[in-house]
Design a protein around this ligand. Structure first.
Ligand code: WT7
Length: 653
C-alpha cells in the first residue's frame, strides 16, 4: 500500500500525481525561481487569473523598511471580489453546484446551491444590507454559524464594497462587543441560534448581551432564521433577514473596487491583551487565495472541496469561500463538529457528498484517532484524492494515521502553514512536486521568501533552527492593523527590521523543507485556535479572588497544546477545587469557550526577575514537568516560590 514510502518517514511523489498535477518538481523549481527573480513579472502574469474591470499597470509597490512599511499590489487596477466568485462563472457553470451546505443534524437535508442561485442570494443580501444603510467602506460585523448564509453575507459585502468583520462563535458576548466597537459597525448580522454538536448556541441572545454594553453603536441587527426558535427582537433595531428580503429588489450590480480597497477585517490574538484587526484588501488577496487553492489542493473541475474550518477564521475565508469560489469550485460548508452525532461524522459526510479534497486540523484527526479505525472503515472514502492539514503542527504519528487510515495510503497530505496575517498558504507541499515528510510543511509557495534568523537577526543558512521571517511581500499579505499602522510596524517589522516576523520558530532540513516548531511569542495554539496568553491572564485577574495570573502552554495529546494557568489568590484564600472550577467557567464566560483552561495551579507567588518581570520560561518547564531544565536562573528573585510551584505541579509523569 505504501509503495511510495522511500526512507522512513518520507514519501515520494506518486507517478500518477506527478503526471496529472498542475505542478511537478521541475515546474515548481522553475516557477519558484522565476517568482523570486522577478516578482513583478511573475505576479503581473498570475494577477490575470481574476477579472479586472480596469487592468493594473503597477504590479508590486511594497516596502518593509522600518517606519515606512507599505504594501500595495495591483494598485491601479479595479475589480470586484463578488463578481469574480459568482457572476464570472455564470456563462460556463451557472448550473454547477457552488455550495453544499451540510447541517449539524445528519437527519437534515443538505442544501445544494448552484452558481446561478448563489448569484441571486448574493444580490438579495447586498440589497438587504444597503436597505440597512450599509455603504461602500462601512464595516459590517458577521456573527454567524458556518452556514451558506454566512458566505452570502460575505460576498454581499464584497459586492457593495462593504468590509466584513467575521467573529467566531467561540468568543464570548464581551469579546464580540469589543470587536463590534473597534470596527464601529452599525450593522450586525447574526442567526437566531447556531446548532453545533447537538447544542444550540444562543447567537441572537449573545448579540443582545454584547449590544447592551454598547448603547447607540449598532442601528440594525439582521437575523437569519436558522432554527426558527423564538428570540427577542428589539423593535426598530432587529429585523429578520427574510422579512427585509421581501422588501428589496432582486438585482444588484457589483461595485468597481480598487485593488487596495479593504475586503475584510479579521481580529486575532497577539502577545498583548488587545486583539488586532488584521486588514486584508481586494485584488492581491483574491489572486493569492485563488492561486494557492488551485495549486496546493491541485483543484480540478469536478472536485468537491471540503475545508472543515469555521467561516469566522482565516482558513474559512480563504479556503471555504474566496479561493474555491474564485476558481469556480464546489465548496462544502459544514455547520457541525467531527464527533457529533458519532465519531464517524466526517467520514459519513465525505461518502455522502463524494468529497475529493478534504482539509482539516490535526486536533480533529487526533480526537478521531482515539476511537480506532472501525469508525473510519465503515465508510469507503473512495472519493478522496487529497488530504490537507492546517492550524498547528501535525505530529508524525497522527500524520501516518491520517495517511494510512483516512487516505488509504493513496492520498497525498498537504500540511499547509499560514496565518491570519498571511491571507493564504505560504509554506506547503505541492502534491505533484514535493516529497511528503510527516511533520514537515514542505517548501515555500511561489513568491514567498522564508528565512530563518537567530536572536540577533542574522540569517541562518542550510540545516538550521531559527525564527521564521519572510523577506519580501506576497499579494495575500495583510496591509495594516485596523486604525493602528504603528502597532502593525511594531509587531511585525521591528524585531527584525526589513522583514516580516511570523512569531513562529522553524527548522529547515537538508532538502530545504521546513518544519514549524511552534510560536516563539506569548501566543499558544490550542486545537488550532490562537490563544493570546495575555487575554486569558487579564480575564483571570478580573475575578475577585485572583491577585496575579500567568498562563503558558504545555503539550496536550489531543489539543496540541493545553492552557496551564498559575494563579495567586488575594488574602491567600483556601485554594479549593471548587474555586478551580469556578475560574475555568469564569474565563469561558468572560472571553469565550475556546479559552477553556485545562489546568489551574494555585501558587504562593510567581517566579520573577529582580526587576519584577515574570520568568515564563520557568513556568513553561514546570507545566511540562521538566523541572531540571530551567537554564539560567541567576536573575530569579524568589527561589522559594519556585520550590513551591514544583512541589505542587499538576503534570507529573
Ligand atoms: C499560527 C497562525 C493558518 C490558519 C489557521 C490558524 C500555527 C498554522 C500550521 C501548520 C504548524 C501551524 C502557527 C501560526 N500554524 N498552520 N501547518 N503547522 N503550525 O491561523 O490563528 O492566524 O494562527 O498557527 O503557529 O503562526 P492563526
Amino acid at each position: 500500500m505504501n509503495e511510495n514510502k522511500q526512507a522512513p518517514g518520507v514519501y515520494s511523489v506518486p507517478k500518477e500525481w506527478a503526471e496529472r498535477a498542475y505542478i511537478d518538481s521541475e515546474r515548481y523549481a522553475a516557477m519558484y525561481a522565476a517568482s523570486i527573480a522577478d516578482p513583478k513579472g511573475f505576479w503581473g502574469e498570475h494577477g490575470k487569473r481574476i477579472h479586472w474591470f480596469k487592468p493594473y499597470g503597477t504590479v508590486k509597490n511594497t516596502s518593509f523598511e522600518p517606519g515606512k512599511v507599505s504594501i500595495k499590489w495591483f494598485e491601479d487596477g479595479t475589480t470586484n471580489v463578488s463578481h469574480n466568485c459568482v457572476d464570472r462563472h455564470l456563462p460556463e457553470r451557472g448550473d454547477q453546484i457552488a455550495i453544499i451546505g451540510v447541517r449539524d443534524d445528519p437527519k437534515d437535508d443538505a442544501v445544494r446551491i448552484t452558481y446561478r442561485e448563489l448569484h441571486a442570494h448574493v444580490m438579495k443580501w447586498a440589497n438587504v444590507l444597503q436597505s440597512q444603510g450599509v455603504r461602500k467602506g462601512d464595516n459590517v460585523t458577521l456573527y454567524l454559524p458556518t452556514i451558506p448564509e454566512a458566505a452570502y453575507a460575505m460576498l454581499a459585502c464584497a459586492r457593495i464594497g462593504a468590509v466584513h468583520s467575521a467573529v467566531s462563535t467561540g468568543l464570548s458576548p464581551d469579546k464580540l462587543g469589543s470587536r463590534i466597537a473597534d470596527a464601529a459597525s452599525t450593522v450586525v448580522v447574526t442567526a437566531d441560534q447556531g446548532p453545533r454538536g447537538g447544542r444550540n448556541n444562543p447567537m441572537k441572545a449573545n448579540v443582545d448581551a454584547a449590544l447592551d454594553k454598547l448603547p447607540g453603536v449598532v442601528t440594525s441587527v439582521i437575523v437569519v432564521k436558522r432554527t426558527g426558535a423564538p428570540v427577542e427582537m428589539l423593535q426598530g433595531r432587529d429585523h429578520y433577514y427574510d422579512e427585509l428580503a421581501m422588501t428589496v429588489p432582486d438585482e444588484c450590480p457589483p461595485v468597481e473596487m480598487n485593488a487596495e480597497d479593504p475586503l475584510f477585517l479579521l481580529y486575532t490574538s497577539g502577545s498583548t491583551g488587545k486583539p488586532k484587526g488584521v486588514v486584508h484588501t481586494t485584488g492581491g488577496y483574491l489572486v493569492y487565495a485563488a492561486m494557492t487553492h488551485q495549486y496546493v489542493f491541485d483543484y480540478h473541475v469536478g472536485d468537491i472541496h471540503w475545508c472543515t474550518a469555521e467561516l469566522g477564521w482565516i482558513t474559512g475565508h480563504s479556503y471555504i469561500v474566496y479561493g474555491p469560489l474564485a476558481n469556480g469550485a464546489t465548496t462544502l460548508i459544514f455547520e457541525g463538529t467531527p464527533t457529533y452525532p458519532s465519531m464517524s461524522r466526517y467520514w459519513d459526510v465525505i461518502d455522502k457528498h463524494k468529497v475529493s479534497l478534504f482539509y482539516t486540523a490535526p486536533t480533529a484527526i487526533r480526537s478521531l484517532m482515539g476511537s480506532g479505525e472501525d469508525a473510519v472503515k465503515s465508510n469507503s472514502l473512495a472519493s478522496l484524492r487529497l488530504l490537507g492539514s492546517v492550524g498547528e503542527p501535525i505530529d508524525p504519528k497522527t500524520w501516518e494515521w491520517y495517511h494510512r487510515v483516512v487516505g488509504g495510503g493513496r492520498c497525498p497530505i498537504v500540511d499547509t502553514w499560514f496565518q491570519t496575517e498571511t491571507g493564504g498558504i505560504l509554506i506547503t507541499p505541492l502534491p505533484g512536486a514535493t516529497k511528503l515528510k510527516p511533520g514537515s510543511v514542505g517548501t515555500p509557495f511561489f513568491g514567498v521568501r522564508p528565512e530563518l534568523v537567530d536572536e540577533a537577526g542574522d540569517v541562518l543558512d542550510g540545516v538550521e533552527n531559527g525564527n521564521l521571517v519572510i523577506a519580501d511581500s506576497w499579494p495575500g499579505q495583510m496591509r495594516t492593523l485596523y486604525r493602528d499602522h504603528e502597532r502593525f510596524e511594531q509587531e511585525y517589522f521591528s524585531l527584525y527590521p526589513g522583514k516580516y516576523f511570523t512569531g513562529d520558530g522553524a527548522r529547515r532540513d537538508a532538502d530545504g523543507y521546513y518544519s514549524i516548531t511552534g510560536r516563539v511569542d506569548d501566543v499558544i495554539n490550542v486545537s488550532g485556535h490562537r490563544i493570546g496568553t495575555a487575554e486569558v491572564e487579564s480575564a483571570l485577574v478580573a475575578h475577585a479572588s485572583v491577585s496575579e495570573a500567568a498562563v503558558v502552554g504545555y503539550p496536550h495529546e489531543i489539543k496540541g497544546q493545553g492552557i496551564y494557568a498559575y494563579v495567586t489568590l488575594i488574602d491567600g484564600e483556601a485554594a479549593a477545587d471548587e474555586l478551580r472550577k469556578e475560574l475555568v467557567s469564569w474565563v469561558r464566560k468572560e472571553i469565550g469557550p475556546i479559552f477553556t483552561i485545562d489546568k489551574v495551579q494555585f501558587a504562593l507567588g510567581l517566579p520573577k526577575t529582580t526587576s519584577g518581570k515574570i520568568i515564563r520560561r520557568i513556568l513553561r518547564k514546570i507545566a511540562e514537568d521538566k523541572c531540571t531544565e530551567f537554564g539560567d536562573s541567576s536573575t530569579l528573585s524568589n527561589p522559594t516560590v519556585v520550590d513551591h510551584l514544583i512541589d505542587n505541579r499538576l503534570n507529573r509523569k
